[in-house]
Ligand binder design. Structure first.
Ligand code: SAM
Ligand code: SF4
Length: 331
């Protein structure tokens, strides 16, 4: 089978696999309070998720990130990690990782580390319990913090992801960076992306990271650094703390030329671009035609990966660029 190379010459080596669209939190920038989730019959079984992941790994995907919704909410999710850890052992997969809100990490960190996970991304927007409860609509900060501690104790490298929110956490971001760097954790700031109807105006949430970066640059010396991960973040080192600070700026800075990824939803839809509606239905292919049909559907989908995304939050309002929310595609 051919490696996955699109018509712009980009190799697809990174798959983000959403294992559920459910979540125990309801972050305001991510979901509406009354979020609806996919019916069970549409959600891929763990065996199907493993099969699709394997189909990608066989064609050169070397990095797999498990996400959601909240991936640790998926029943028996360790079975999937276990199955994928065999591909780590045979060398086909170079990295198996996850993005989590951390609420259940205390329970899972040890098992994940034992299965070959080396790094986790934990989303954390504030260290203030009341503000956390307001942003996430759930009072869960203590469990997230103990989850982070458990992950570090299990030897996992933890990276913090923080969505920059005007008026909510903006003023607190330097303290959050100091907190992370004191503990040897990188922190990446993320711009709010216009995904899905969330029942609030995106313009009330959006802070351009260019502004935030300028603020931080007045407080600290930010040194550009060459550090590269498989993701789109650009990194600096904060000279005063010695820690790494990343910026993911889909709106102010386009990073599509080097895009190496695809995303699979928990219902088996393959999105070739986070910022586009186009997708391929791998579930139907797999359920009706097995592995062969799946392989053909993947080839066909990668061949039409678009050159770039369409995001913009314009002055007339924060109309979503795509209808689905982030928790559907797996951030
Ligand atoms: N529940 C897990 C978590 O929160 O880490 C994994 C899924 S979540 C959708 C992945 C990431 O997407 C989180 O870091 C979250 O902050 C981010 N996110 C969600 N909605 C977003 C949006 N509209 N714009 C930017 N980032 C968003
Ligand atoms: Fe859940 Fe993550 Fe979305 Fe927050 S950002 S509601 S934790 S999926």
């Amino acid at each position: 089978l051919d490696a996955l190379i699109d018509r712009f010459g980009r190799s697809i080596t990174y798959l983000r696999l959403s294992v559920t669209d459910r979540c125990d939190l309801r972050c305001r920038y991510c979901m509406p309070a009354d979020a609806h989730f996919s019916p069970k019959r549409d959600v891929l079984t763990l065996e199907e998720l493993a099969e699709v992941a394997s189909a990608f790994i066989d064609r050169g995907v070397a990095k797999l990130r498990i996400t959601g919704g909240e991936p640790l909410m998926r029943k028996n999710v360790l079975w999937l990690f276990q199955s994928l850890s065999a591909r780590l052992a045979d060398g086909a997969l170079k990295e198996l990782t996850l993005t989590t809100n951390g609420t259940r990490l205390a329970e899972f960190a040890g098992a994940l580390a034992a299965l070959g996970v080396r790094r986790v991304n934990v989303s954390l927007d504030t260290l203030d319990r009341a503000l956390f409860a307001r942003i996430a609509r759930r009072d869960a900060l203590p469990s997230v913090l103990s989850g982070i501690e458990a992950a570090r104790a299990a030897g996992l490298a933890v990276k913090i992801n923080t969505v920059a929110l005007k008026g909510d956490n903006r003023g607190e971001i330097p303290a959050l960076i100091e907190w992370a760097h004191e503990r040897g954790m990188d922190l990446t700031l993320i711009e709010v992306m216009p995904m899905g109807e969330i029942g609030e105006d995106r313009l009330d949430q959006y802070v351009p990271l260019s502004e935030l970066r300028a603020d931080l640059g007045r407080r600290w010396t930010l040194v550009d650094c060459a550090h590269k991960t498989a993701g789109p973040a650009r990194y600096t080192v904060v000279k005063e703390t010695g820690g790494r600070l990343g910026f993911i700026t889909p709106l102010t800075h386009n990073f599509c030329e080097s895009c190496n990824r695809a995303r699979l939803t928990c219902t088996g839809e393959l999105y070739m671009c986070l910022g586009r509606e186009d997708r391929a239905d791998l579930r139907t292919a797999l359920r009706s035609g097995g592995r062969q049909a799946l392989d053909a559907a993947i080839s066909e989908a990668i061949a039409r990966k678009p050159r770039g995304h369409d995001f913009a939050i314009n002055r007339r309002g924060g109309e979503p660029a795509v209808a689905r929310v982030m928790a559907a595609t797996g951030g």
